[in-house]
Design a protein around this ligand. Structure first.
Ligand SMILES: *Cc1c(COP(=O)(O)O)cnc(C)c1O
Length: 350
């Protein structure tokens, strides 16, 4: 018997998440992972490496709680928002439970669920990328966790607040509702953090990877009521955060760090408007979807041809051709002014 055959059945049939890095490519314009275009500059201030770190570093928890407008007891810090997704599934789902998500959306909900050997149910978003509440209601049997991404990756739109509130009503006392706010810094007024006191079954995912420009740090957060946070505390690794990570996260969450993040957001939003306008003017581009995040989804007559032609020129975007309902669509992260211009020139020459 091969070693692979010794692994769990659901792992044997698993395809790993096709992350931007795993898909490879070579070039000098990387607009496929919704990162910020340049790195902020930090120095380590903490030099004690012989001791284990604090399990939930107080400075990080207090810094994030203050930034998010919640109490420290409502915050869990983890290795990126991705770990938060997995913790919620591991903590709440029995082998016979299911999770529900609404494609096209972030791929990790399905990957983490498959890894745990738990069933997935999908209720596609409507044509305008909103929740199909009637279908969700019809499919809640056996569902323990519902994932909703807002702003949604890869479509860029917000999910209607009234729909999310209705979802929270119909799931009360039965189902955990996860609102993935990885991109909320680009539309902060849309957050559900202020709803936590009304909904004990609400969990919000946050990250330093996007607007905070720290994808390489691997630092994310769950916001929820203390009881739900307590459940996740039982399954998280004993020392999830390396000392250098909490050191830099603390600096990023200082008043100065937050201000720099907000300046970055303002800049990205300006560049997004320019890029959207310029894409809309290209004959090969059929449609550019409005976005509340740091990326744009656009549709071409032949999306794969455009994607491949740019890939060969070292301009790496994210092909969405295989995502549900997104044939011929490409997602582009907002880059620097120069990077965005390179993309426009490259497409206009095709
Ligand atoms: C990027 C992202 C995350 C989390 O990313 P981490 O780097 O693991 O913090 C979560 N959800 C969505 C929708 C994302 O795009």
């Amino acid at each position: 018997m091969s070693i692979s055959q010794l692994s769990r059945k659901n792992i044997q049939s698993l395809t790993p998440y096709q992350s931007a890095r795993r898909l490879g490519g070579s070039g000098d314009v990387w607009l496929n992972a919704n990162e910020y275009a340049t790195s902020p500059d930090f120095d380590l201030t903490e030099g004690t490496f012989n001791r284990y770190p604090e399990p939930q570093p107080q400075a990080v928890i207090e810094g994030y709680a203050h930034y998010a407008g919640v109490s420290p007891k409502n915050v869990l810090v983890s290795r990126g928002g991705d770990e938060s997704i997995e913790l919620i599934i591991r903590a709440f789902c029995e082998p016979n439970d299911a999770i529900l998500y609404c494609p096209p959306t972030y791929g990790m909900y399905a990957v983490s669920t498959d890894t745990c050997g738990i069933k997935t149910k999908t209720v596609p978003l409507t044509a305008d990328f909103q929740l199909d509440l009637a279908e969700i209601k019809n499919n809640l049997e056996g569902v323990k966790v519902v994932f909703v991404c807002s702003p949604n990756n890869p479509t860029g739109n917000l999910i209607k607040r009234s729909d999310l509130l209705e979802l929270l009503q119909i799931t009360k006392d039965k189902v955990i509702v996860v609102v993935d706010e990885a991109y909320i810094e680009f539309c902060p007024e849309a957050t559900f953090a202020n709803e936590l006191s009304n909904y004990p079954h609400l969990a919000i995912i946050r990250t330093l990877s996007k607007a905070f420009a720290l994808a390489g740090l691997r630092c994310g957060f769950t916001l929820a009521n203390a009881e739900l946070i307590g459940v996740l505390q039982k399954v998280i690794a004993p020392y999830p955060l390396p000392v250098p990570v909490s050191d830099i996260a603390t600096q990023a969450l200082s008043p100065q760090g937050i201000q720099q993040m907000q300046e970055r957001v303002a800049e990205v939003i300006t560049l997004r408007a320019d890029l959207q306008k310029n894409l809309e003017n290209l004959p090969l581009v059929e449609k550019v979807f409005d976005s509340e995040a740091n990326y744009l989804l656009f549709k071409c007559q032949d999306g794969q041809k455009v994607f491949k032609a740019l890939w060969e020129q070292g301009i790496i975007l994210r092909d969405q051709h295989k995502a549900l309902g997104l044939q011929n669509c490409i997602r582009i992260t907002i880059g620097t002014k120069e990077e965005n211009q390179r993309v426009i020139e490259a497409i206009s020459k095709l």
